[in-house]
Design a binder for this molecule. Structure first.
Ligand code: FAD
Ligand code: COM
Length: 790
């Protein structure tokens, strides 16, 4: 049938396609009166061929598509993406019904069984309208020339034969796609064994029990649909699900969420196993699948009446190898350069025919790339990195690096994850948004998963990973933004005007997580931020530095204490910038509480404030609500500094004590001396500065000749005097203990009557006159016993 001169409508096309699916006549739409040679013949009018043709035509070239089917668009609308999305939507609906069985407005779904056959038939009865649109649009809107329902045979690199007629072109673009390679096992030909294409074309019974062979995307997607429909399903896969070589950048946490979720819904997943045979029930129907554990070699028989082969597809390259001699790779994929040129001049190849990734974006962009180069443009396509997705009963999308990959390449990887690592899934009803709101309220553990992977140094987004619904679109834009020069930073993301509730909750939150904190210094913002982060197992407090010297301090608890890092589970904001002071004091040891208390005192920070010090070795520590124990040190002077005070300060520089601030109460020996006017003075020992008193000074420790002196000393000196000279001179009391009297406030002083031990006198600690550091430390510790500190 030649429709070249007919103005077609979508409705006409539906009828035509239905009719031509049943016969072998070609549908011809070729401008015979156009004398120009074709710039390119597209062999295969799938996504690659159709998009390439459209682009070439728009660039002013002449093209011809030849397809064996009576419609354009290829496998996508006929047997692949479109039915896949229908089945996945059905799976999502059915899954919801099962979880909510008998709840709210949901009917009892205990015995719910959806007909798989009916959904397949629904698709088959509707797909022609999508096909029709492809044909109509290609002809009436894009002005493409095509011959449909006619297989093409390539004769040479310029010639294609269709239904006995030869067409010439400057170039050929091969885009005939891929097909499932069925495993070569006994029973593969039995009734009841299907791949994605035959499942749609040939299913003629209602499956009761299914075995999916292969863990490909299709295996996971269709298997999830069968299980949700009420057909118990087992997936048999050689590798762990989602760890097949055709999927890259799969994050392990995301994978765990997905695969655990499938098991939670009753699917049996047998990884590390391969099929050995499919058993016949005696009537040519499937009875069971025999599988073998690849490690142990043990066999298992899985009864079923339905086998779905989801082992992935292989390019259909044989004819081109034979006729044109194009170079192919290990799996039969036609090898092309970034222009989509094959090894044969003027022959291009695109789409699934050139191997993985077998995705629409590559087919369409490949076709466009071939067209642009054919039309004289130098244009390259790099398909090595791309966003990806699949369905279980969820929509699962990811782009960029997984956490593991990022950690291998970057030092400062920041993870924003929902539910956070280590927190029970049921504790966090996030990410709730499109399609997960009901789950969030009733089954929080089913409300999805998301993860953002960020480079904390550059603040660039490295990867996003999502399980839920409705994020797929956002991911293709995220991919685009991430591929801009310099990528996209979380700060740029934070500037987006969100259409909230959106499944990508991390858009705003991610700003709060990466390194330097430039989010709001509010308790809510900080709490939200930290609850989505991990902390090192020894971290109990976090100091957040904002703009300038803005500083906040929080206390945290972690989910676990064993792993190196675990999720922060609670946050107590101790202080915000209004009450927190940050200083750099390189000479201060910030691990020394008393030193921190001293700086706080010096800066006038009292018990309502907080001081954060960046000190020795750039270490950072803080003192919160400084309220050090104030100890009065009553001590005679000289020497300078008074000895006990000097010892106590020394002790505070190293001992693990609560914050203590020393206040010196000097007993000035000179003042004592000047209170009397003797002929001479006798002082206990030669302490610096006491030799120029108003009268002659003698030192008791030198045992001088007896003079008419007045002694400045304590009880022990008097005992010495009695011992040396047999009498008692006039004496001015110098004993700190006596002078201090009874004290209410914590006091440290010394007494020469003590020799080997320290004494406590209510709040006063008394050490021997010749006390060492250990004794002073013990005295201070005793005074601090009642003090609570961190
Ligand atoms: P095809 O679309 O397969 O087109 C090849 C065309 O060549 C067909 O029209 C065929 O009739 C024609 N042809 C073959 N031999 C001849 C011949 N000798 N003469 C003339 N014509 C011939 N990708 C996504 O991005 N998203 C999805 O959701 C998605 N879901 C999928 C679900 C399933 C079950 C499968 C199997 C794949 C899915 N894919 C998906 C992948 C996607 O369908 C393919 O990557 C894409 O369709 C490939 O396009 P293509 O043009 O290379 O090949
Ligand atoms: C989409 C088919 S189903 S195509 O990519 O528009 O040709």
């Amino acid at each position: 049938m030649d429709i070249t001169l007919t103005q077609t409508t979508n409705r006409q096309w539906v009828g035509l396609i239905e009719e031509y699916l049943q016969n072998d006549d070609p549908i011809i739409n070729v401008h015979r009166d156009d004398t120009r040679k074709f710039d390119a013949i597209f062999v295969g009018g799938g996504a690659g061929g159709r998009f390439g043709s459209g682009y070439l035509r728009a660039m002013g070239g002449r093209q011809l598509i030849v397809d064996r089917w009576p419609f354009l668009g290829g496998s996508c609308p006929h047997q692949a993406c479109v039915p896949h999305h229908l089945f996945s939507e059905a799976a999502r609906e059915l899954d919801l019904m099962r979880w909510f069985s008998g709840k709210l407005w949901f009917p009892d779904a205990t015995n719910l069984r959806a007909s798989i056959l009916q959904v397949v038939q629904l698709f088959k009865s509707g797909r022609s309208s999508a096909h029709a649109f492809m044909n109509w649009q290609s002809k009436e809107q894009l002005d493409l020339e095509y011959i449909l329902n006619a297989p093409a045979t390539v004769i040479d690199n310029h010639t294609v034969e269709v239904m006995g007629e030869r067409f010439q072109a400057d170039n050929l673009v091969l885009g005939t796609g891929a097909a499932t390679v069925l495993p070569a096992i006994p029973g593969i030909e039995l009734h009841g064994v299907y791949d994605y294409a035959t499942f749609i074309e040939n299913l003629d019974f209602e499956p009761q029990r299914c075995v999916v062979i292969g863990g490909s995307k299709t295996g996971i997607e269709y298997g999830s649909f069968f299980q949700a429909a009420g057909c118990p399903t087992t997936i048999v896969a050689r590798k762990p699900l989602m760890r097949t070589s055709s999927l890259h950048h799969v994050d392990e946490d995301l994978r765990t969420y997905v695969v655990d979720g499938m098991r939670k819904r009753g699917m049996q997943i047998l990884e590390g196993c391969e099929p050995v045979a499919i058993q016949d029930d005696g009537d040519g129907n499937v009875k069971a699948v025999v599988i073998r554990d690849m490690q142990t070699g043990s066999k298992q028989t899985l009864p079923c009446d339905f086998v779905f082969v989801g082992t992935g597809e292989r390019p259909r390259s044989e004819p081109y190898r034979e006729v044109l001699g194009v170079a192919v790779g290990e799996k039969g994929e036609i090898l092309v350069d970034k222009h989509m040129r094959t090894s044969v001049p003027n022959v291009y190849a695109i789409g699934d025919l050139i191997g993985p990734p077998m995705e629409m974006f590559k087919a369409r962009k490949g076709g466009v790339t071939a067209a642009r180069n054919i039309m004289g443009e130098e244009y390259e396509l790099d398909w090595t990195d791309y966003p990806d997705f699949l369905h279980s009963t969820y929509e699962i999308s990811w782009v960029g690096l997984s956490e593991e990959e990022a950690r291998q390449r970057y030092d400062n990887v920041i993870i924003i994850q929902m539910p956070p690592k280590g927190v029970p899934l049921a504790d966090v009803p996030l990410p709730c948004a499109e399609g997960t709101m009901l789950y969030a309220m009733v089954y929080p553990e089913l409300s999805g998963f998301l993860k953002a992977v960020v480079d904390g140094d550059s603040r660039r987004v490295l990867g996003f990973h999502h399980v839920g619904f409705g994020a797929k679109d956002a991911f293709q834009y995220l991919d685009h933004l991430m591929r801009q020069p310099g990528g996209i930073t979380i700060d740029e993301m934070g500037n987006m005007n969100e259409l909230f509730l959106n499944p990508e909750h991390f858009i705003q939150l991610c700003r709060l997580r990466a390194g330097y904190y430039d989010g709001p210094m509010t308790a809510d913002a900080i709490t939200t931020l930290l609850l989505s982060r991990d902390a090192y197992r020894r971290t109990d407090f976090i100091v957040l530095r904002g703009e300038g010297t803005q500083t906040a301090v929080v206390a945290i608890t972690r989910a676990e204490s064993e792993p190196l890092f675990s999720q922060i589970t609670s946050v107590e904001v101790l202080t915000l910038p209004e009450t927190c002071v940050f200083v750099e004091r390189p000479e201060i040891d910030p691990s020394n509480r008393s030193a921190l208390a001293e700086v706080a005192h010096e800066l006038g920070i009292r018990s309502a404030g907080t001081l954060v010090v960046q000190g020795l070795y750039d270490h950072v520590n803080f003192i919160h609500h400084p309220n050090p124990l104030v100890v009065r040190v009553v001590e005679v002077a000289p020497p300078e500094p008074p000895k006990l005070y000097g010892l106590a300060r020394h002790v505070l520089s190293y001992a693990d004590l609560p914050p203590i601030r020393l206040e010196l109460e000097r007993i000035e020996v000179r003042d004592l001396a000047e209170s009397v006017h003797p002929l001479a003075y006798l002082v206990p020992c030669r302490s610096g500065g006491l030799d120029d008193l108003p009268a002659q000074v003698y030192f008791l420790d030198q045992h001088p000749q007896r003079h008419d002196w007045t002694m400045i000393g304590c009880e022990r000196s008097l005992q010495f005097h009695r011992h040396f000279y047999g009498d008692e001179p006039p004496r001015i009391e110098m004993c700190p203990r006596r002078i201090a009297g009874e004290r209410a406030e914590p006091t440290l002083l010394k007494c020469c009557l003590l020799e080997t031990h320290i004494e406590q006198d209510k709040n006063t600690m008394v050490v021997p006159w010749g006390a060492d550091l250990a004794m002073v430390e013990a005295a201070l510790r005793k005074l601090a016993e009642e003090i609570e500190y961190v």
